[in-house]
Design a protein around this ligand. Structure first.
Ligand SMILES: *Cc1c(COP(=O)(O)O)cnc(C)c1O
Length: 378
């Protein structure tokens, strides 16, 4: 029986092993574990790849979001609008900083924040919008930036899932996901499209002032050694992770291509099946398929997952509980039924394995197993 995991980091490592092993060995020898030359080098290469003026490396994607939010000098009670269909980190940092997360529903086809819903959620306390480029494609950033401009709001892109995706603006300019808002944030968690071998993250901005502030915040609010003019955090990307990332960055576009190959194979196989809705890509963005997520229609999702598991195929649900129904985030402002698209998606989506190491034989094994279940059930 084949074993098909959600990701294949071991297979990916085998292809870059000599380079990665040498880079790690060098750091073990030179012992510049923190803020070594590898960090600076990766920072500069990522700035160049993204076409962004400043990259600020940090410890993980959640910190990236928190530091970005701290740099905006918001006051407790200020409102930050984000999506109800995302990983918890997006809302978590808003709540941690005593700001008020204001949730809005998503588009049913792209699963990304619905700009019309943003507009309706704006109040006199709204200070920022955090669109998430979910599963690997960009949210409608022209619409988001237009709303932000009209209402004088900051935009922080949560780009943990779409690094490398291209966004085509209304004026025809093509830019990288995460470089469109005032600040972009990403995660280098191992399973992300650009993942390291531990935790890591980064913040992007074109704005010199914000960049300067965020560099101080990630370093204990310290500009001159042992003088602390603001309250910061300790959030660093370590040199070993930076060295690994610098090697993988060179392959990022190939990795996206490999993920698209798998996604296209899935799309073709499921196209004629009326029980499975394949993911749609908006016209203004490329899709880097951090996840390949189907919407199931009139089939028992749990049974499908069990059927796949029995055949050695992993699957997952991103995300089973909408943010407004998470215990820690229950809020009298929201009740079941407030975000119908999110609520329906949380009950019907299923993500299939997608990674950089798929061959046709394994893809066929997955699609055959899925289609076998669907036919048996109908
Ligand atoms: C992974 C992820 C994060 C958090 O990144 P960490 O590095 O795990 O802290 C934030 N937002 C989204 C949408 C993510 O997928």
């Amino acid at each position: 029986m084949m074993q098909i995991p959600m990701v294949d980091l071991a297979g990916q490592y085998q292809k870059i092993k000599p380079e990665v092993d040498a880079a790690i060995a060098e750091i073990l020898t030179n012992t510049s574990f923190i803020n070594g030359p590898a960090v600076k080098q990766f920072q500069q290469n990522l700035e160049q790849y993204l076409g962004v003026k400043h990259v600020i490396p940090c410890a993980n994607g959640t910190d990236a979001l928190q530091v970005a939010m701290m740099a905006l000098d918001l006051k407790p009670g200020d409102e930050v609008i984000t999506t109800s269909f995302t990983f918890i980190a997006t809302a978590e940092v808003i709540a941690l900083l005593k700001l008020t997360p204001v949730l809005v529903d998503v588009d049913k086809d792209t699963f990304n924040i619905d700009p019309q819903a943003i507009e309706k959620a704006i109040t006199s306390k709204t200070k920022a919008i955090v669109p998430v480029h979910l599963f690997g494609q960009c949210a409608d950033m022209d619409a988001v930036m237009d709303i932000a401009k009209r209402h004088n709001l900051y935009v922080i892109e949560d780009n943990a899932q779409a690094i490398g995706a291209d966004y085509t603006a209304a004026d025809g300019r093509v830019v990288k996901a995460g470089t469109i808002g005032h600040i972009g944030c990403t995660s280098f968690f191992p399973s992300k499209n650009l993942g390291c071998y531990g935790d890591g993250g980064a913040i992007f901005t074109h704005d010199d002032e914000l960049a300067k502030k965020m560099r101080v915040i990630v370093n204990h609010g310290m500009e001159v050694r042992y003088y602390h003019d603001s309250i910061g955090v300790n959030s660093r990307l370590d040199s070993i992770q930076a060295a690994v990332l610098d090697i993988k960055l060179k392959h990022l576009d190939e990795y996206a291509e490999a993920r698209r190959f798998a996604a296209n194979y899935y799309n073709k196989a499921f196209k004629a099946c009326d029980k499975l809705i394949t993911p749609a890509t908006a016209a203004f963005t490329t899709h880097v398929f951090h996840q390949y997520t189907l919407v199931t229609h009139c089939i028992d999702r749990q049974k499908l997952m069990e059927h796949l598991q029995a055949k050695g195929i992993a699957s997952a649900i991103y995300y089973p509980v909408p943010l407004h129904m998470q215990k820690a985030y229950l809020d009298p402002r929201y009740k079941r039924g407030d975000f119908p698209v999110t609520e329906k998606l949380s009950k019907t989506v299923i993500s299939l394995p997608i990674h950089t190491e798929f061959d046709e034989e394994s893809l066929k094994y997955v699609t055959d197993a899925v289609l076998e279940f669907v036919e048996k059930e109908s």
